[in-house]
Structures are given as C-alpha cells and as structure tokens.
Design a protein around this ligand. Structure first.
Ligand SMILES: Nc1ncnc2c1ncn2[C@@H]1O[C@H](COP(=O)(O)OP(=O)(O)OP(=O)(O)O)[C@@H](O)[C@H]1O
Ligand SMILES: [Mg+2]
Length: 475
C-alpha cells in the first residue's frame, strides 16, 4: 500500500482532508475521553509543541509527546486493556504508522526508546517504569516532578528521570492506587499501596508535601536475599549466621532491631529460613514482604480502613487470631504499636521461637521502644510488670544498621538476661568492630565480647552444638 493510501486508510471516517505531503499543522490534542469511556488510564497531559515543519528542530521529547498523543487518539477505546500483549501490539502498530507517515528520521535506538516510553506512559507507570525494571535499583523516591532519587547498591543517587509537572506525578499515583480502590486528594493526601509485583508504595501529596506529590517505592525482590547474599554483602560472617541458625533452632525469641531501611525485614526473612521445615509458621504483616521457603506457612496481612474509615483489621488482631491457629512459631513483620504486648504474651505462653522486628537504634533502645509499644496497647500495667514481660519474653536482639558507606551490617547480637531490680539486664555477645576503610568501603566484623550467653545451656539441652571458641574463649 502506498504511503498516501495508508494515510487515507488511517483517517477516521468523515475526514475529508486531502493528504498533504507536508505533515498537517498541529492541533492541540482533543481532551481525552474520561476514563469511564476510555479503557486507557489518561496519560500525562501532553505539552504538544507546534508540529514542526522541520522535524529536525523538534526535540526528542516534543516529538514523543506529539506521537504519544496521536497513539492515544487512535487507539481503539474498546480495546481490552487487560490483554497487555494486544494493547502493546496496537500501540506499536499506530506508532510505526505515525513515524512512517510523518517521515520522522529516527535512529533505531531512538525509535525503540520512544516506543518504550510511549507504551510505559499509556499502560505503565510512565517515567517510573525503567527504574522499576532495573533490578539494581532497590528504591525509588519521587520528590515532586523534577527530582527523582534512586537507591542503588545501598547508596542514594539523583536519577535523570523527570516528570512533566505535578499533574503527571498525580496521574501516576492514581494509576498505582486505582487497583486497590483508594483515592488520593486533599481530603486524604496520604496512601499506602503496592505494585502488582509486591513493591511497597507510599504517596503523599500537597498540601502536606510542600515539594509537590511525593512517591516512595521500596522495590520488592522476587528472590529475597539469602544467607550467601548477606555474607557477600558483609552483613555478617558465615560463623555468625551459623550461630543465629542455632539460636532459631533452639527456639529463642528474637527481635531484629534497626532504623528505617536498615535491612530488618531482610534479616528476619533469613532468620525465618532457619525454622525447621516440620513446624507450622504463621506470619503476620502489614504488607506481606516475608518470603518463607518452608511448605507449612500461613501468611496473614492486615487490612487498612476503607474510604469511610471502616473495616480496618490491625496487626494486633491478627496476632491474637494467630494464637488460635496452632502455630509453632509466630513471625510478626514489624511491631510498631500495641501488637507488641500480644507478641510478648505469645512468646511467654509457649510460642517460643517467635520473631519480629522493631524500629530502634540500639538493643537498649529496642527494649524501651517495646515498653512504649506495650503502653500503646492501652492496658494499665505498672512499668515493672511490663519490663518483666519483656525480660522474660525476649531472648535475643539482633541489631542491624546501615553504615555510612551504604552497607547494612549486623552490629550487635545481644542477650536479654532478665531483671535486676527494676532494670532489664542485657549483655552483648557480639559487637561490630570497625577496622578501617578501603576504597570507601567500611571494613570490620562482629567480635565476641567474651561473655558466654546464658542460653547456651538451652543449646546443650537441645543437642545443638556450636564451635568452641565462638564466644572468644575456649570451652
Ligand atoms: N544485608 C543487606 N545488605 C544489603 N542490602 C540490604 C540488606 N538488607 C536489606 N537490604 C536492602 O535494603 C533495603 C531495605 O531492606 P529491608 O526492607 O529489609 O529494610 P527494613 O529495615 O525492613 O526497612 P523498613 O524500615 O522500611 O521496614 C532493601 O532494598 C534491601 O534490598
Ligand atoms: Mg521492614
């Protein structure tokens, strides 16, 4: 078919314009049909420049917007958007036709890039898509339209991704949260959601955010880090993981403590992998992040309130419910509030070997955080009683930190020994010692403090052996 014919056949019925060898003068794109009519989520508004008589002068970006608009207008509104393959095929077809008809001189690479960006804009998450596809990127932080940071190899860096304007970012947020039936607007300007691949998303918009709409994405790794990965990253040595494995097998109650993004969940996942396969595990989380490999695992996920503010099922209720599910181990993704009390009670009432994480900067801080969390449960317990609960429930605190070089390390392995007067007694068994810095990378390792933990007796009773000398003395 000649180019002329193709142009003709591409025209909507009733279009009687004569084909012109010069591309037609640009028209601002007709407003997109409301999403109720179109199956395609409305893409970012397109800053259509005047269609250039001399395409060479038009920037890649402007050309892309123009072609993108054309693709949107020509896409069949009745197309089934769940059929991604078909939608992609159609986009590619219209795209190729547009490029050809307009005689655009694009290199092969430009063509591929433009098609990819247009497809991402129409059916994906626009400028975020390439960042989400890149496995080396672990977090994406959009601080308004002009500033997108990423985390790669534990380090933050400014990416060259930009959005067109606030509206563009808002549209992407809407697209992220549409499947969970949430909305974000001035009356509810914060939302938590998840991408289809399980990545965690938080969005917060003006007027609460003063820099424009902000999106934070913690990417979900389909294959979570395992012990060999963490050894490779220098999180801890093989001996330390052997020791932690023994602790899990000996059914110690463990809290992984650390700051935001310090790797608590990852370490909890690794510790959970040490639970013997013949035990029944119930996991409770806000957003299911743990990925246990055992067969006998029941995963529970809390539920936020709906738009009317009703129907929330908090972690705490799930922890209580899990006690009625005959668990051998209860694993709570993170204790933030009153659920800590139920968790401690579970640990004290026969569900030993349970584990959780908490936000704290040191093992001692973890204990005081737990006190505060128990108070948040709203029960009227004297402080001493709370401390007794904590001291008898928690056996071990594994402190995780993110060091200045971006690496995540275990910095303390601390035993909670009991009460002395009104104070909880704890004893570091291993402490991280920095030995130097090579090529910007912090060097060091966990060193035994020389103290023999009390729970070693438990190991002996259960026939679990640990290498002599592990604690810094021979025995
Ligand atoms: N030991 C590690 N070494 C290197 N990177 C790690 C390690 N542990 C976790 N990470 C990476 O750090 C990021 C945060 O990990 P994780 O979710 O485990 O942290 P967290 O402390 O649970 O975070 P939050 O406070 O948000 O719950 C992830 O992108 C993960 O891939
Ligand atoms: Mg976490």
């Amino acid at each position: 078919m000649s180019l002329l014919k193709r142009i003709e056949s591409a025209r909507p019925v009733g279009d009687t314009r004569l084909p012109s060898p010069v591309p037609p003068a640009p028209v601002a794109p007709a407003p997109l049909p409301p999403s109720a009519v179109s199956p395609f989520p409305s893409p970012a508004p397109v800053a259509v420049g005047r269609l250039t008589q001399a395409p060479a002068r038009e920037s890649f970006r402007d050309t892309k917007f123009r072609i993108q608009n054309r693709v949107i207008q020509e896409l069949d509104p009745k197309l089934d958007i769940s059929d991604q393959v078909e939608v992609r095929r159609e986009i590619e077809e219209i795209f190729s036709r547009a490029i050809e008809e307009e005689g655009l001189a694009l290199t092969r690479a430009e063509r591929v890039r433009m098609l990819e960006q247009i497809t991402d804009e129409i059916i994906g998450l626009g400028p975020l898509e390439p960042l989400l596809r890149d496995d080396a990127i672990t977090e994406v932080m959009v601080n308004g339209p002009r500033q997108v940071y990423i985390e790669r190899g534990g380090k933050l860096e400014l990416s060259n991704t930009v959005f067109q304007n606030d509206d563009h970012v808002m549209r992407i947020i809407d697209r992220i949260i549409a499947p969970i039936g949430r909305r974000v607007d001035e009356s509810s300007p914060m939302v938590d959601a998840r991408l289809t691949d399980g990545s965690r998303v938080n969005a917060i918009i003006p007027p609460l955010s003063l820099v424009g709409p902000v999106i934070t994405i913690r990417k979900f790794s389909a294959s979570p880090f395992t012990v060999p990965d963490l050894i490779r990253f220098g999180t801890a040595t093989p001996e330390m993981f052997d020791f932690l494995k023994a602790c899990v097998e000996a059914r110690l109650n463990i809290f992984v403590s650390g700051g935001t993004g310090s790797g608590k969940t990852t370490t909890l996942n690794v510790l959970s992998s040490f639970v013997p396969a013949d035990e029944r595990i119930v996991t409770v989380e806000d957003a299911a992040e743990l990925q246990l490999r055992q067969e006998h695992v029941v995963t529970l996920e809390s539920r936020p309130a709906n738009i009317e503010g009703k129907g929330a099922i908090p972690i705490r209720e799930l922890v209580r419910n899990s006690l009625r599910m005959r668990p051998d181990r209860i694993i709570v993704g993170e204790c933030r509030s009153g659920e800590a009390l139920d968790m401690l009670q579970a640990m004290n009432t026969g569900h030993d070997g349970s584990m959780s994480t908490g936000h704290a900067n040191s093992p001692r801080d973890m204990l005081s955080r737990l006190e505060t969390m128990v108070l948040m449960a709203g029960v009227d317990l004297p402080l001493r009683a709370i401390r007794e609960q904590i001291a008898s429930a928690v056996d071990l605190i594994v402190q995780q930190s993110r060091l200045k070089d971006g690496s995540r390390r275990i910095t303390h392995i601390t035993e909670v020994q009991g009460m002395e007067g009104d104070v909880i007694v704890m004893q570091d068994v291993f402490i991280y010692e920095q030995t130097g810095v090579i090529d910007g990378k912090i060097q060091g390792r966990l060193k035994p403090t020389g103290i023999r933990p009390k729970f070693v007796e438990k190991f002996e009773q259960m026939g679990i052996t640990i290498p002599p000398g592990l604690f810094g003395y021979g025995f």
